[in-house]
Design a protein around this ligand. Structure first.
Ligand SMILES: Cc1cc2nc3c(=O)[nH]c(=O)nc-3n(C[C@H](O)[C@H](O)[C@H](O)COP(=O)(O)OP(=O)(O)OC[C@H]3O[C@@H](n4cnc5c(N)ncnc54)[C@H](O)[C@@H]3O)c2cc1C
Length: 292
């Protein structure tokens, strides 16, 4: 049962920040409620004040600029990202990921900001966004700051958001030349969260022969979305071959730190990490060779 709470609805960022400041001692932000309401119903979270930001139109936008890249307001729904022509054109992997995230009902109401702020290591957007070198903009009544998304996740269901802070925007820079990004999750039930997921970004040198940069980010393979940095390093300066892929997959499976739970054992997850990393990296590599 949900415990009684005071409901406050903000209609602007300014109003939201002042409500957060006023109720600093005991509040919870709610946007789409797709994650929070489950926790409240289970009695795991029982805030005195619930601050609703769903009507803050200033937080609902998708903007693209050829130099600065993509900016997505925190209250933008998954469905809007999935359907956005700009995202389909410039970050097709993001639109494709959204299409496989939850049901249409959840995508219609759940938001990108809520997904990231929830801090679930199995969330779909984080691995792709970290592989894209995304940053997040946060604000409180006192200050504003920007953080690489990679540093936003602190522990399971714990983020770098401080008391009184609101997640405002996700920023994705334009991908470097000859870069491609791929993502895949392994799930048993369609559109459910992945048992494990992997996002890989590969940047080729000018000739399209050797790898110049790589980012491998794993979902549900540790307490936070995890960059497999040792595996990434194996790619640098190398030409593509299947033995290299094998080594990279193996390293990623050693580097991750998965748990055993009702969905899969730790061992099974490590095997999945190896397979998915190889598969997704191969796809990113092949695409990067031919990309502009
Ligand atoms: C049936 C079901 C299936 C799902 N399947 C998937 C899936 O396949 N893949 C996946 O990635 N996710 C999945 N999800 C999770 C879903 O994506 C998230 O629940 C949703 O995106 C959260 O957004 P929200 O706006 O509803 O957040 P809320 O539930 O309103 O909030 C979630 C958390 O974020 C905080 N918060 C929200 N907005 C902000 C903000 N702007 N600034 C600071 N804190 C904020 C809240 O305080 C709360 O702690 C699923 C959820 C359900 C219910």
């Amino acid at each position: 049962m949900i415990r009684n709470f005071n409901y406050r609805r903000a209609s602007s960022i300014e109003e939201a920040l002042s409500l957060l400041e006023k109720h600093k001692e005991d509040y919870k932000i709610i946007c789409g409620g797709q994650s929070l309401l489950i926790l409240m119903r289970q009695g795991l979270v029982a805030p005195e004040n619930l601050i609703d930001i769903k009507s803050v139109e200033e937080l609902d936008y998708i903007e693209y600029h050829p130099k600065s890249g993509l900016k997505i307001g925190a209250a933008t729904t998954h469905r809007k990202i999935e359907k956005s022509p700009v995202i389909k054109k410039h970050f097709p992997v993001l639109a494709a990921m959204e299409k496989n995230l939850a049901s249409i009902q959840t995508r219609n109401w759940g938001t990108i900001g809520g997904n990231l702020a929830h801090g679930d290591p199995a969330g779909d957007p984080a691995p792709i966004l970290i592989a894209s070198n995304a940053t997040v903009r946060m604000a409180s009544a006192e200050k504003e700051r920007i953080l690489p998304l990679e540093d936003f996740f602190v522990d399971i269901f714990e983020t770098a958001l401080e008391e009184g802070e609101l997640l405002i925007e996700v920023q994705i820079p334009v991908l470097p030349q000859k870069t491609s990004l791929a993502y895949q999750k392994f799930n048993i039930i369609k559109n459910h969260q992945g048992i494990v997921s992997a996002a890989v970004s590969i940047t080729m040198d000018e000739d399209g022969e050797r790898c110049k940069g790589a980012r491998i980010v794993l979902g549900a393979a540790a307490a936070i979305p995890l960059r497999a940095k040792q595996a990434e390093r194996l790619f640098i300066g190398e030409k593509f071959d299947t033995k290299l892929l094998e080594r990279v997959g193996k390293k990623a499976s050693e580097e991750c730190d998965p748990v055993s739970d009702i969905h899969a054992t730790e061992t099974y997850r490590r095997i999945l990490v190896k397979t998915l990393t190889k598969r997704v990296a191969k796809k990113a590599w092949e695409q990067a060779k031919t990309s502009g």
